[in-house]
Design a binder for this molecule. Structure first.
Ligand SMILES: [Zn+2]
Length: 372
C-alpha cells in the first residue's frame, strides 16, 4: 500500500488569526497526488476561522475524508496544569528556539470536559468526516525530568498514591530499564513501573471518554502517536488506544529536531538526567542496547511496525514521515523520503507530515514517485 497517503494542512493556532491558505496552490498539489496515488484523508487544523469549506468540498468529491486536526492535552489556555510533588504547576519551559508545547494533566477529567466544550464552541458548525487527535500524551523529556515524573494533582494522587516514592538514578540507565519488547519497556523499580503504567491508564481512560463522545456524533477517529519506543515515556499505550481508532499515525520522524522527532527525543532523554557529555553519550548507547539496535534506522523502524501489528486491531497504520523542509529542525530531502517509502514494510500508507502548504514540490514528487 505504498501509494496510499494522508496529508496534514496547518491553519494556525486556535486562538490566533488563521494562516491564509493559498487554495489554488493546494489544489494543484492535490491534483499531483490524485494523478499518481490514493489520498485517503486530509487532516486540517486547527484554527476554527480558516476558510476551508471550498477545499473540504473539493476533497470529499474526490472521495477523500476530511478530518479536523485537534490538539488535546496541549495548545489550549484553559487546561488545568500538571502538578509537581510540592503541589506547584510543573514548569515546561523550553529553549527559546524550541516549539512551546505546554501540557495540561491527562488524568484530570475536567480537561476532557474542557476539550468537548472547545469542540462545541469552535468546530461543531463545520462538517468533518473524522477527528484526528494530536498531543494525546504527557510531556516528554524536553524540559528535563520533572514534567515526566508527574502528575501529583488531586486526581492523579487519588489513582496513583505512591508517586512520591519515585527514585531515579543519573547513571547510564537512570530509569532502570531491563528490556524492551511488545512496544513496552520493563523497569527494575516497581514504583517507577507503576508510575508509567498509571500515566498510560490516565491517557487511555481520558481518550476512551473523548472518543466515545466523537463516535456518538458519527465521526471517525485518527490518532497521532509517538514512535512506540518513545510512547512509553509519555503515557501512550498502543495496544490500549489503537483499537479505538480508524487509523493511527506513529511519528517516525528520523530527521526532525523538534518534539516527536526521534533524534530530538532521544537527545532530550539522554540529557534530562544531567552529567558530562561522556555520561550523556553512554546513556544514549545504553538505550540503543535495550532497543537491540545500533541506530534508529529503517530496519529498526520495520521491527517497531511489525511489533505494532499484533496490537492495533483493525486500525489502519499510516507511517508518519516528514516531507516539510526546515534547514535547522527538519533538513528533509527527496532521497530520505524515497528511502522511507521504499523500505517501510507492512503499512497501509504514509502520513506526509506535517503541513502540505510548506512541503517543497520536489519532496512531494519524491513521495509520489516512490509510492508508484
Ligand atoms: Zn494530574
Amino acid at each position: 500500500m505504498k501509494n496510499h497517503f494522508t496529508v496534514q494542512i496547518y491553519t494556525g493556532e486556535i486562538h490566533s488569526a488563521p494562516q491564509p491558505l493559498d487554495i489554488p496552490a493546494l489544489i494543484s498539489k492535490f491534483e499531483q497526488i490524485y494523478q499518481k496515488a490514493h489520498l485517503d484523508c486530509v487532516m486540517i487544523g486547527e484554527n476554527p476561522d480558516a476558510e476551508i469549506d471550498e477545499l473540504a468540498d473539493y476533497l470529499r468529491q474526490r472521495g477523500t475524508d476530511v478530518y479536523l486536526w485537534l490538539s488535546v492535552f496541549s495548545g489550549h489556555r484553559g487546561l488545568s496544569a500538571l502538578v509537581n510533588p510540592q503541589n506547584k504547576p510543573v514548569r515546561q519551559d523550553y529553549d527559546p528556539d524550541d516549539e512551546k508545547f505546554v501540557f495540561g494533566c491527562p488524568g484530570n477529567p475536567e480537561n476532557i470536559r474542557y476539550i468537548k466544550q472547545i469542540f462545541e464552541k469552535y468546530y461543531q458548525r463545520r462538517k468533518y468526516d473524522g477527528i484526528f487527535l494530536d498531543k494525546i500524551r504527557f510531556p516528554g523529556f524536553s524540559c528535563g525530568t520533572e514534567p515526566v515524573f508527574t502528575c501529583f494533582c488531586p486526581h492523579c494522587r487519588a489513582n496513583y498514591p505512591v508517586s512520591d516514592r519515585i527514585q531515579i538514578g543519573n547513571g547510564e540507565n537512570p530509569l532502570g530499564i531491563t528490556g524492551y519488547g511488545n512496544l513496552k519497556y520493563t523497569l527494575a523499580d516497581k514504583n517507577l513501573h507503576d508510575l508509567f503504567a498509571y500515566k498510560a491508564e490516565a491517557v487511555t481512560a481520558s481518550l476512551i471518554s473523548l472518543i466515545a463522545y466523537f463516535r456518538e456524533k458519527k465521526y471517525k477517529i485518527g490518532l497521532d502517536l509517538f514512535a512506540p519506543f518513545l510512547s512509553y515515556f509519555v503515557g501512550q499505550d498502543y495496544a490500549a488506544l489503537a483499537p479505538y481508532a480508524d487509523f493511527i499515525k506513529p511519528m517516525f520522524y528520523r530527521k526532525t529536531y523538534a518534539p516527536a522527532g526521534l533524534p530530538f527525543e532521544i537527545d532530550k532523554y539522554a540529557n534530562a538526567f544531567g552529567g558530562s557529555l561522556q555520561e550523556i553519550e553512554k546513556r544514549r548507547l545504553y538505550l540503543y542496547k535495550m532497543l537491540q539496535t545500533s541506530a534508529i534506522d529503517m530496519s529498526f523502524i520495520n521491527r517497531e511496525i511489525k511489533a505494532m501489528r499484533s496490537h492495533i486491531g483493525t486500525a489502519k497504520l499510516y507511517s508518519g514521515i516528514e516531507v516539510n523542509y526546515h534547514e535547522k529542525i527538519a533538513p528533509v530531502k527527496a532521497s530520505y523520503i524515497k528511502e522511507n517509502i521504499r523500505m517501510t514494510e507492512n503499512v497501509d500508507g504514509f502520513a506526509l507530515s506535517w503541513d502540505l502548504c510548506g512541503t517543497p514540490d520536489e519532496n512531494l514528487k519524491a513521495a509520489l514517485d516512490a509510492g508508484e
